[in-house]
Design a protein around this ligand. Structure first.
Ligand code: HEM
Length: 451
């Protein structure tokens, strides 16, 4: 009995637990995961049980249920990640935590990614976007768009954490982080030489490199306003500072949260624009008007300009919905929980299914159609649009991610053209959904007509 409620009287949600041990993992991973979810939802409704990756699990496919877990009853659930992944990122990273530690770190991260801070990064983000695009065009060859966008979002991540950084340090971070990234989705094992073990070694080297960066910053005694500056000047109510290890884990955590997510959304934007020439022309017209105001792109974009690109902004929103990069998330019940007469037992995982909600025709008519105009007049119904999550763990980097996408699109459509060079269509899960083969494409500079 808890809070006077007799949990015995509640039943488990409907659903099947599959085979002993393996549960329904094979079904989930042998088909498009969305088909698995949609089929289950059709059969059982907004809440159903299953058994995947060795854990009993309750999946939640309605906005109300997702809000219950992530917002109104968030204190009854904790974030949960496999230990092998936690080890690679670093156990002190904020997204593994809840309570006071999480709230304090979250405030720091949120402040360093707030609009008044990131608006100052615009000239540098533009510099990164332009030089990236120029290098693709100069190569004359096809590039793997997703892979290239990963480099771009990594550089923007570095910029938001460290401000301007010495090239030597940046290259060392990049080289080792790439190994961590590679090991993250590989099979966790203690066998030396495997991608996972290489990643563990690279993660140790990253600690040393970050330690050096932190010491050199401390020596300089400069109060920088970037994220590292926020971490270094933080003191809690007992005057306790963050340890170097806590800072390092959170830096790697932010880089991790920022990279593949932003890169895949921008890759999807390029795909959707490429597939709809009329829409591309309209986006181009919107961006050319800004380009002309800026004296043929000679003056840099301003924050206000990035806030008044209504069509381009809708394209980004619709790409976020269509692609639903974070298709779902995991939490774990810390006590027995009752939801609408069903029991979610303590220790079970719960999964709010963002993608199902984003693709439910009740909230988004013709959900398979890419239609930015759906965001034109009416905002989506409350809690139906959650590309950045919801509640205490919702994404603190959402404004930066959107800013990065808008800046890249501005420079891309005003100065370049591109064509997709692969005939394969469809989605590849790695584990984030990206267009097949990372959307191989060729970019070239568009000659401007003399006026
Ligand atoms: C389009 C790109 C992005 C998408 C779709 C995205 C999505 C999300 C989602 C859905 C969550 C919540 C996960 C959960 O509740 O389990 C989240 C959390 C987080 N994101 Fe993002 N994100 C993006 C970009 C970024 C960027 C650019 C940064 C930082 C520079 C960032 C930093 C974080 C952090 C630190 C958290 C953990 C917050 C917490 O636990 O309190 N993200 N993101």
């Amino acid at each position: 009995q808890k809070n006077g409620i007799h949990f015995k009287k509640f039943k488990l949600p409907p659903g099947s637990m599959g085979w002993p041990y393996v549960g329904e993992t094979l079904q989930l991973y042998s088909e498009d995961p969305n088909i698995f979810f949609v089929t289950k939802q059709k059969r059982y409704g907004e809440i159903f049980k299953t058994h995947i990756l060795g854990c009993p699990c309750v999946m939640l496919a309605s906005p109300e249920a997702a809000r219950f877990v992530l917002v109104t009853h968030a204190h009854l659930f904790k974030p949960t990640y496999p230990k092998s992944k936690e080890r690679l990122i670093g156990p002190h990273a904020l997204f593994f935590h809840r309570g006071g530690y999480h709230a304090r770190l979250r405030r720091l991260v949120q402040n360093s990614l707030a609009p008044q801070t990131i608006k100052k990064l615009i000239p540098d983000i533009q510099g990164i976007a332009v030089s990236t695009l120029e290098s693709w065009a100069a190569s004359g060859q096809g590039v793997n768009t997703f892979y290239e966008m990963k480099k771009l979002s990594f550089d923007v991540g570095i910029l938001s954490i460290f401000g301007h950084m010495e090239r030597g340090f940046r290259e060392m971070l990049e080289e080792n982080y790439r190994k961590v990234d590679k090991g993250y989705n590989s099979f966790p094992t203690n066998i030396p030489g495997t991608a996972y073990q290489q990643a563990i070694l690279a993660r140790k080297r990253l600690n040393r490199i970050l330690g050096e960066i932190i010491s050199s910053r401390k020596e300089k005694r400069l109060l920088e306003k970037d994220m590292l500056g926020h971490f270094l000047s933080f003191k809690d109510e007992n005057d306790k500072k963050l340890s170097d290890e806590q800072i390092a884990d959170n830096i790697i955590g932010v880089l991790f949260a920022a990279q593949d997510t932003t890169a895949s959304v921008i890759t999807w934007v390029l795909k959707f624009l490429h597939d709809d020439p009329q829409l591309l022309e309209a986006v181009k017209a919107e961006q050319m008007a800004i380009y002309d105001t800026n004296n043929g792109g000679k003056m840099p974009l301003t924050w206000e300009q990035t806030r008044s690109m209504p069509l381009t902004h809708r394209v980004v929103m619709e790409s976020l919905r269509m692609a639903s990069i974070i298709s779902f998330t995991f939490r774990e019940a810390v006590v027995d929980v009752e939801y609408k007469g069903y029991l979610i037992p303590k220790g079970w995982k719960v999964m709010p299914l963002f993608r199902n909600i984003h693709h439910n025709p009740e909230f988004f008519p013709n959900p398979q159609e890419f239609d930015p105009s759906r965001f034109e007049q009416v905002a989506p119904k409350a809690n139906t649009f959650m590309p950045f999550g919801n509640g205490v763990h919702a994404c603190p980097g959402n404004e930066l991610a959107k800013l990065e996408a808008l800046i890249l699109i501005h420079h891309l459509v005003t100065n370049f053209r591109w064509e997709v060079v692969s005939s394969k269509s469809g989605i590849q899960y790695g584990p984030f959904p990206v267009p097949q083969q990372g959307l191989p494409a060729r970019f070239w500079k568009e000659p401007k007509q003399s006026q």
